[in-house]
Every structure is written in C-alpha cells, then in structure tokens.
Design a binder for this molecule. Structure first.
Ligand code: PEP
Ligand code: MN
Length: 297
C-alpha cells in the first residue's frame, strides 16, 4: 500500500527534515539575520515598512515617503502592480505600473528610504528590481512557485505574505522554494486568515498572531506582521500592531496614507501620518518589554 508519511496540514518532524530542511531551524536558538539597505532584520530592531496600498501618484508617494521616514519608518511600502480582487477599473482605482515604479524611485531618492513593492509577473521582475530593496510576493501568489523561484533568483530579499487560507506548513513550503534558489534573505509576513467570524461586517480576515510564536518555533526566518490587511479597519490597527510587536514579530508592515478615507484602494484600513507617528512611539514602548526596539539609535 502506498503511504504518505506526513499528509497533515500541520508540521510533522519529517516535514522539517524532508519537506523544508532549509527553512527549518537547525537548533532552538537558530534565527537568521541579514541586512537590507543598511537595516538589519532578525536581530533587536523591528524594521517598520509603511506607506499606501497603491502608489497612486508621484506627489502621494514622495509625500508619504518623507513623512513616514520622519517618524522613523525603515522602508516605504506601496504597490505599482496590485492584485486587485475584481477586474473593473476607474481612473483612480487603477494600477500605476511603470509610472508607479518610477515614482517609487523618486520617493526613495527624495526621502532616502528603502523600498518594498510587489511583483505579480515574472516579466516585470527586472523593472521592479530597479527600485525594490525587498520584493513582495503577495498573499495571492504565495503558491505561485515559478514566480517565487524567479524572484528568488534575482537575489533580492523577498517577503512572502501568507495566503489567507494557507497553513503554516504550506507557508514554509513557499519559503523553501525561495531558499532552494540560494537566496537566504527571506521574510515571511502574516496578514490575516479566513475564518468563520471576523467580528464586523466590513472585516474579511482574522489576524493569526498565534502563528508568530508557532512559526518561530520551527523556522529561523524573520516573521513580519501586517495588521492593516488583517483587520481591514483603521480603528483596530493600533491595538493589533502593538499586539503583533508583543507576539514577537520581527517586522511590521502598515498602510499609511495622507488622506485615508480617499485612498484609492482599501480606504478603510490606512492610518494617517499623525496616527503613524504616535504608533511608532507606542511600538517602541511595547518593543522594550520584549527586548526589542523599533526606533534607530
Ligand atoms: C498589499 O500588501 O498591498 C497586499 C495586496 O497584501 P496581501 O497580498 O496580503 O493582500
Ligand atoms: Mn492591499
């Protein structure tokens, strides 16, 4: 009879040895750390990635870059290529693609800040690599293995967002595809999972903070959390961000927009500049309790 030794959705000891030996910790204290644009992931610092959902315009992205940098953010986030859930577009609700990448480059130079941005298709990898310090693999592409492999081959750091329906086992499998290409700068990002109850009719996901200690038990890779996409609701972002820091998150991604209600995409979730700068201070306070820090120096 044919037997699958480890068919479960949870991680077995065999998985650690045979399915994702590169992502698995070698011993209990094994945590990898690496530098990205002068910022260290996986050590005491909790790098903060902040910015709008979409790179809407040059003015918006340059303004946001300057403001989040002033508050201490380490990376500017923003998508020029976006996995929008439905195919219909208006002038405002439209990916900015090549223009968006160019504007990210301007924002990077203007604010002297690292960039994380998403790639959805292999054919745009060269373009995205012109500005990205970290390539984001969005949750919807977590199991697009050819894309992950090609992105990993660029040797740029990758952040792989967890699909909202994926087990920890599947998420580590995705990381293994990237590590297998010889790229060791891999960050994993929890961004909310599907569940039967999400506490509010506008909310879509449940922030799975339990996956942070669970992942860190098994993998040496830094674990980021994105409370903005998880909550989908601005009033919940602060508390869930602080809880993420307390849970042991190694990095935080936040949506920040100068005028949240008028954001082109997902206007319910971004916080504004003032809320972001206050949250940076609160994160710094919480991080000291878990022997980490958020602000440089
Ligand atoms: C994003 O970060 O802009 C995004 C689309 O996130 P996710 O892939 O987690 O939905
Ligand atoms: Mn989004």
């Amino acid at each position: 009879m044919i037997q699958n030794k480890a068919p479960g959705k949870d991680v077995s000891p065999e998985d650690l040895k045979e399915k994702f030996p590169l992502a698995a910790k070698k011993d209990i204290g094994h945590f990898s750390s690496f530098d990205v644009a002068g910022v260290t992931f996986g050590k005491e610092l909790i790098p903060i990635m902040a910015g709008p959902n979409m790179v809407e315009s040059e003015e918006l992205i340059v303004n946001t870059a300057i403001n989040v940098k002033k508050s201490g953010a380490h990376f500017l986030r923003g998508g020029a290529f976006k996995p929008l859930s439905f195919p219909y577009r208006s002038d405002k609700y439209n990916e900015t693609r090549e223009d968006g990448i160019k504007w990210l480059g301007l924002a990077k130079a203007e604010a002297n800040i690292g960039i994380i941005t998403e790639v959805m298709e292999e054919k745009y990898l060269d373009l995205v690599c012109e500005v990205a310090d970290i390539i984001q693999i969005g949750s919807r592409n977590m199991q697009n293995y050819p894309l992950i492999s090609e992105a990993a081959k660029t040797q740029k750091p990758l952040m792989i967002k967890r699909h909202y329906g994926a087990s920890l086992r599947d998420w580590l499998g995705a990381a293994e595809y990237a590590l297998y290409e010889g790229n060791s700068k891999i960050i994993l990002c929890e961004r909310g999972v599907s569940s039967s109850h999400t506490h509010r009719d506008s909310s879509r996901f449940l922030l799975d903070l339990q996956v942070v200690p669970a992942a860190k038990e098994l993998t040496h890779l830094p674990i980021a959390v994105d409370p903005s996409h998880a909550t989908f609701w601005r009033p919940w972002v602060e508390s869930m961000t602080l809880a993420s820091v307390a849970s042991g998150a190694d990095s935080i991604m936040l949506e920040v927009h100068p005028d949240p209600p008028n954001a082109a995409v997902d206007p319910l979730q971004p916080i504004d500049f003032k809320e972001f700068s206050n949250l940076m201070i609160k994160m710094q306070n919480i991080s000291s309790v878990v022997n980490r820090k958020v602000l440089n120096a």
